[in-house]
Structure formats: structure tokens, C-alpha cells
Design a protein around this ligand. Structure first.
Ligand code: PEP
Ligand code: MN
Length: 339
């Protein structure tokens, strides 16, 4: 349940409510707004009625949560969330944040040239995998810590933030050392040990929807991170597996307004993995922006023909720059700016 305090409730009352929440064996999560404080009660609340808290001083109302998630719910946090990444880049809160770069970091030259291309087109967040979750154990697995160092060096030189994937709980600390945002990939969406470790790391998290997961399961996965006290979580729609074979995955555009209604978490669309082919990427990117995404995650490679992973769906820097122009026009039509 969520306890909504009266406007300008005193600290004494807020403290008394959180103390009572703890006494009953629950964990309180307090969000102090300008006017109002809201306290989410985490734990199995079934044996306890809402009256237990409704009678306390300066409590306005107590909302039982019907969704299987609380902290991610709009009932907990009404306004859209905003995540601040490095170098002044923000995700959420009205702008359209573009994150672009290669699927995998392959070498410093490959990363630098690609990053220079996307930065010249106005992109402020560099993506690139140093730890790659490949379907085949024989495919390129990433450069590990060397790749992370390259990401940091190149991004800092260009004034960009870094988003990169972490695939195992034991790697969270090393990835968090170099990255501004930890990507948890589709194949790991339900890796609960990894979600908990990312929650403890207190770094912004980009959580991708599992390729066979529902919207509800995605939000519950986010709840694992949030419940560790890390409220900087963004969700990513990257396409799901359906009977349709003409795209690599089916981009579920409907999930965008649904997630916007259910949650306050910033939402990113990845048109590249959904499309599977570079020709289809611009249309899906534009559709994602028009449907209300806060950000786009786009694969770009300086020379996709020699890419070690996902070359087929990677844009060349020139095509990416052209897409940025079109994205600016779509965002402008919606009174939003591209960052
Ligand atoms: C990626 O972003 O390169 C990636 C592996 O994505 P996903 O987890 O969505 O397949
Ligand atoms: Mn990829």
C-alpha cells in the first residue's frame, strides 16, 4: 500500500508513520515532494488493513495497491521520473534522449570513430557492450574491462555519458566503475540476483524487456531494482518474439502508452534489435518517439559490414545523422527537444 501524507505534514508525523511501518515488519520507502510526502510500504501487506495507517496523524489517505508492483507504480510517484546521467545528460521529463553506438566495443578505433560520428549528429549518450550476452558461446563475448575503459575514455573526450550492459552480479561493481548507466539485457530481465545487485549498486539502470515477457513481468523485474532503494530505473521496449518472422522481433508499440500509464519510470525504445535490419530501423525509431518514448537506443557502427555483432541492424553514421534530423522534426511537432 501507499500512504499519502497531508500537504506539508510535519516531519514528526512522517517519522511516526515510518516507525510504525517498520514496527509491523515492513520496509518504508519515503518520497518527499515539495508539497507532499508519500510513503510506500513494502512487504506482504495482506494481514494488515489500510486503517492501520489511515488513523495516524496527518495521513491523508492510504491506497491499497492492486498491481503486483508498488514502487514502479504511478500511485507511488505521480510525476514522470527524470534520471540524470553524466555530463549533464538527462533521461525523462519531456526531452527525447538518444543513446547510440555499436552493439559491441571491438577496438578503440572502432569505438572512437563511431562515437565521433554519433556525437557530431548530436547524440550525447554512447552505447556499446563490453560484456556481451550472446546466444552462442562461440560468438564474440566482448572485451570486458578493456572495453569499459575505452568507453569511458572516448565518452569523456566527447562529453558523452555511457550506457553499457552487465551480464552477471559479480560484474556489477566493475561495470558501475566506468558506466553511467547499467544496461540489463533482454536475456537477463528475470535474472533476479543481477537485478538485486544492480539495485544495490545505486547506479541508473536501463532494464530491457525480456523477449518473451509481458509488460507486467517487465515492471515486476524493475521492482526488484527499485526495492533495493535504487529509484533510477528506465525501462526499454526492444521487441518481443511473436509468430511474425518479417522483423527480428515484434516492436510492441502499444506497450509505450501502457507503461506510461502504469509507471513513472522513463521509457526507452530500441528499434535496432526489434528491426534486425538497418533499413527498418528509422521507421521504428520515429514511431517509438511519436508514441511517447523518453529515449531511443540505436546501434550504429562505423562500418557495419565488418561488425563482430549485429552488423545487419547497425546504421552507418551518415544514416544515423539523417535519422537524427527526422527525429528532431517529430519531437518538435510534439514540443519536445532531442538531447
Ligand atoms: C544489446 O543492446 O546489444 C542487446 C544485447 O540487446 P537485447 O538484450 O535487447 O537483446
Ligand atoms: Mn546488439
Amino acid at each position: 500500500m501507499v500512504i499519502i501524507m497531508k500537504a506539508h505534514a510535519s516531519k514528526t508525523s512522517v517519522d511516526a508513520v515510518t516507525a510504525h511501518v517498520k514496527e509491523l515488519g515492513f520496509t518504508p520507502h519515503v518520497i518527499a515532494g515539495v508539497e507532499r510526502t508519500v510513503i510506500a510500504v513494502v512487504g506482504d501487506e495482506r494481514p494488515v488493513g489500510t486503517d492501520t495507517f489511515a488513523v495516524l496523524d496527518e495521513v491523508e489517505r492510504v491506497v491499497p495497491i492492486l498491481h503486483p508492483f508498488k514502487l514502479a507504480s504511478r500511485d507511488f510517484h505521480e510525476k514522470d521520473g527524470v534520471i540524470t546521467l553524466a555530463n549533464g545528460v538527462k533521461l525523462g521529463g519531456g526531452g527525447l534522449t538518444i543513446m547510440a553506438g555499436p552493439c559491441a566495443v571491438e577496438s578503440e578505433d572502432q569505438l572512437r570513430e563511431t562515437a565521433e560520428g554519433v556525437a557530431a549528429a548530436g547524440c550525447r549518450v554512447l552505447r556499446g557492450g563490453a560484456f556481451k550476452p550472446r546466444t552462442s558461446p562461440y560468438s564474440f563475448q566482448g572485451l570486458g574491462e578493456d572495453g569499459l575503459q575505452m568507453l569511458r575514455r572516448v565518452a569523456d573526450r566527447l562529453g558523452m555519458a555511457v550506457v553499457t550492459e552487465v551480464v552477471a552480479p559479480e560484474d556489477v561493481a566493475i561495470v558501475a566503475k566506468y558506466a553511467d548507466m547499467l544496461q540489463i539485457g533482454s536475456r537477463n530481465m528475470a535474472n533476479f540476483a543481477l537485478l538485486r545487485a544492480a539495485g544495490i549498486a545505486k547506479k541508473p539502470v536501463l532494464l530491457k524487456r525480456g523477449l518473451g515477457s509481458t509488460v507486467n513481468e517487465l515492471v515486476q523485474a524493475a521492482e526488484y531494482v527499485l526495492s533495493q532503494g535504487n529509484l533510477e530505473v528506465a525501462l526499454c521496449e526492444r521487441g518481443i518474439r511473436t509468430f511474425e518472422q518479417s522483423t527480428r522481433f515484434t516492436l510492441d508499440l502499444g506497450s509505450i502508452p501502457v507503461l506510461k500509464k502504469l509507471t513513472w519510470l522513463p521509457l526507452v525504445v530500441d528499434p535496432s534489435h526489434a528491426a534486425g535490419e538497418r533499413d527498418l530501423v528509422p521507421s521504428l525509431a520515429l514511431a517509438g518517439a511519436a508514441a511517447g518514448a523518453d529515449g531511443l537506443l540505436i546501434e550504429v557502427h562505423r562500418d557495419p559490414r565488418v561488425a563482430l555483432s549485429d552488423g545487419q541492424q547497425s546504421l552507418e553514421p551518415r544514416a544515423f545523422a539523417e535519422l537524427m534530423g527526422r527525429l528532431r522534426r517529430v519531437a518538435g511537432a510534439m514540443d519536445r527537444a532531442v538531447a
